[in-house]
Design a protein around this ligand. Structure first.
Ligand code: AKB
Length: 314
């Protein structure tokens, strides 16, 4: 029987590109994309697409049965900045969707789950540089609290019920096919629109605010590699790292290609969130346990972003 995969949140930033890559690997009909809203044209055209609210367990189960799904990637989440404006809603969305999928795995409707965590699980007391896999965690955002609680629930479902759930702590993800929405690292995507559309960008983070980031292709590769790895003995929400840079450093890299590009800075509440997060991440356990390696450094990422985006906005 064909190995069928369901993506929940396939119209979002990561869901879009993960769906397309998984379809390339496993075949278009094997990957069922779903979201509460329509998404990217390529995703909707290249294979099955279901309008689906991941907060509704019965609806998810119906789609799982209809398509004989065995594996679920749950990419539905309210990100850090927007969650601060809607704490209750963020908590409900981020936790209920996770419980729905974990329970479906516990009830044996599906065999394997991917659920993303984030660098937001770390907080003001966590080490800022080369933040270890296991360390102090005191997230100060609603989003970070929901991600840390989610990690603990995943470990619980794995230990108690044998659920195979796998997790990466994503840094800020940079891509051009679908925009992120409501995150603190979003400036690192917006800056490319500014560079190409007006030659200038006003950053909502200070010039020296360094955060861990990653180009989408690396994030998608890591996700698939983790899911394809042989079963793990115990649950680990893996630290995942590629590049770290500040607004000033990415602006400098853009200037090498667009010499007239200028950046300015304005005060913004997202600064407080960014200040609570690590500057760089130690992901040596992921590299050791399942052979993770990244391929995009700052220069390469800037080049592909500018090349890719110019066809989208012109
Ligand atoms: C956000 O900024 O909220 C996300 C994240 C780091 O998880 N990109």
């Amino acid at each position: 029987m064909e190995h069928k995969i369901l993506i929940l949140g396939a119209s979002g930033q990561i869901g879009t590109e993960l769906t397309l890559k998984l379809r390339q690997i496993y075949g278009n009909s094997a990957v069922i994309a779903s979201d509460i809203r329509n998404g990217n044209f390529e995703v909707m055209r290249s294979g099955p697409f279901e309008i689906l609210d991941a907060s509704n367990k019965t609806d998810i189960l119906e789609v799982i049965k209809k398509h004989e799904i065995k594996e679920v990637y749950l990419l539905v989440a309210m990100l850090s900045f927007i969650s601060e404006k809607n704490p209750q809603k963020a908590w409900e969305l981020n936790m209920n969707t996770l419980f729905n999928v974990l329970d479906l795995a516990k009830e044996k409707y599906i065999d394997k789950v991917f659920w993303p965590s984030s660098i937001a699980v770390f907080g003001p007391s966590s080490p800022k540089v080369n933040t270890p896999q296991v360390t102090v965690m005191n997230p100060s955002t609603v989003y970070g609290i929901s991600k840390l609680a989610g990690e603990n629930w995943c470990a619980y479902y794995q230990n108690k019920f044998g659920v195979d759930v796998r997790t990466l702590r994503y840094p800020g993800i940079i891509s051009y096919k679908t925009n992120p929405g409501g995150g603190t690292t979003d400036y690192a995507v917006e800056i490319f629109y500014g560079a190409l559309e007006t030659g200038t960008y006003q950053s909502f983070l200070k010039k020296d605010t360094t955060l861990p980031m990653m180009y989408m292709e690396d994030a998608v590769d890591a996700t698939i590699k983790l899911m394809e790895h042989k079963p793990f003995d115990s649950y680990t929400a893996y630290n995942l790292s590629a590049i770290s840079f500040s607004p000033e450093e990415i602006a400098f890299a853009i200037k090498k290609i667009i010499p007239n590009f200028t950046i300015t800075y304005k005060k913004d509440p997202r600064q407080i969130i960014a200040n609570s997060w690590p500057q760089s991440i130690d992901d040596s356990q992921a590299r050791k346990d399942w052979g993770w390696e990244h391929h995009f450094d700052l220069e390469k990422m800037v080049k592909v972003m500018l090349e890719g985006l110019q066809f989208i906005i012109r």
